[in-house]
Design a protein around this ligand. Structure first.
Ligand SMILES: [Zn+2]
Length: 381
């Protein structure tokens, strides 16, 4: 970390769109895959199980039952029932008052689908790995969604959702509008219990084509989970998976943990660095974005290039900017996602430059010819 000073672009401040789904792909795909390997499954088998688990949230359309559609804008008992079976396992009936549809972790309703895949027997074992994954999803969500389901509100329109059909994160887990229920770091004991129950089911799965699976002892696995559970950013989660032999962590992109920018900015502040944001966005756009993300509180100053009359990629920008902000170019670290902007900063004499490889997490990484590159600012720590 060479600088006394830092400049950042606004694209780093973008956050993922809202969709509260209970545990996310770090659990449903990543952890499930890793646990399956520890339980002796072959990598390809583990992948089928993890994909079957994850697609309940993200894959085929029949699985995506949005509460707004089945309980609010329309009334659809079949969708509401299916959403319950997938994410809110309960002995209660749909339609029915929320209090009668309480979710209990590891209940028989929660275990039913996974056990059905096991009970099909060894003759079917090769063909039911995906079904096993689906069943594990339900079991896992019985921890994150435990309690009495809440009734979400649609925007400003009060009580248009049918409480006899709706499923939302229980208030005790943060309520319908929060991602708190989804994040392992807030529920360390529940996450361990969820992982252990997952592991027990995986161990019980019949042998495939008579092959013996070599199963690791749970007491060895358990301590390895600590760092997974408390990881506060995507970068930290990715680091855990890399340390456990999983280098492709593209499944983490959609999860609601921050990418690490916030933690990075907090640390810079703690070290007394001056941190400045410079963006080509219009000042009003910046203000609107900040209402959602509230990251500008970590910056000592925020500049839009508009009052300077030229964008950051114009050579005239830097002398004008330097007239406003006092800094030493050689001792400055500058991070940007535009190669044209970086080129211009280099010509002006900025000492330390980093290109962001993946400014848009939905797009493939860009080539960053000639510049040292990073995936996210958290890597700079
Ligand atoms: Zn789910």
């Amino acid at each position: 970390m060479p600088s006394v000073y830092l400049l950042l672009v606004s694209t780093l401040l973008l956050i993922a769109p809202e969709r509260a789904t209970a545990f996310e792909a770090d659990v449903h795909y990543g952890l499930t895959y890793w646990l399956a390997l520890q339980a002796g499954f072959e990598p390809l088998q583990a992948q089928i199980i993890a994909t079957g688990d994850e697609r309940v949230d993200s894959g085929d359309m029949p699985y995506i039952d949005l509460v707004a559609m089945y309980a609010c804008l329309h009334r659809d008992e079949i969708s509401a029932r299916r959403a319950g079976e997938h994410h809110y396992p309960s002995a209660g009936k749909i339609p029915g008052p929320p209090e009668t549809r309480s979710v209990a972790p590891n209940s028989s309703a929660a275990r039913k689908a996974a056990l059905a895949a096991i009970e099909a027997g060894a003759g079917q074992a090769q063909f039911r790995l995906s079904q096993l994954g689906e069943g594990l999803h339900v079991l896992q969500d019985s921890w994150s969604n435990q309690g009495v389901p809440s009734v979400p509100q649609l925007g400003d329109v009060p009580s248009t959702c049918d409480s006899r059909l709706a499923w939302g994160h229980p208030e005790t887990r943060g309520g319908p509008a929060s991602h708190r229920a989804d994040l392992t770091m807030y529920w360390p004991e529940d996450t361990v219990a969820m992982a252990q129950a997952t592991y027990d089911i995986l161990k019980q799965y019949p042998s495939i084509s008579g092959a013996q699976r070599k199963v690791r002892n749970w007491d060895e696995i358990r301590p390895e989970l600590d760092d997974f559970i408390k990881a506060p950013t995507k970068t930290e989660k990715a680091r855990w998976f890399a340390a456990h032999g999983m280098d492709d962590v593209s499944f983490l992109e959609g999860i609601s943990l921050p990418d690490g920018a916030e933690a990075f900015l907090q640390k810079l502040k703690a070290r007394g660095k001056r941190v400045v944001l410079v963006t080509n966005s219009h000042p009003e756009t910046l203000a609107i974005k900040d209402e959602r993300v509230a990251l500008t509180r970590y910056f000592d100053a925020c500049y839009s290039s508009h009052p300077f009359d030229v964008p950051k990629e114009n050579p005239a920008f830097w002398p004008r900017f330097a007239a406003r902000e006092d800094f030493t170019p050689q001792r400055t670290l500058f991070v940007d996602d535009s190669l044209a902007v970086l080129e211009c900063a280099r010509n002006y004499g900025i000492g330390h430059l980093r290109a962001v490889r993946r400014p848009d997490t939905g797009a493939p990484p860009q080539a960053t010819a000639g510049f040292a590159s990073i995936n996210g600012v958290a890597e700079l720590l």
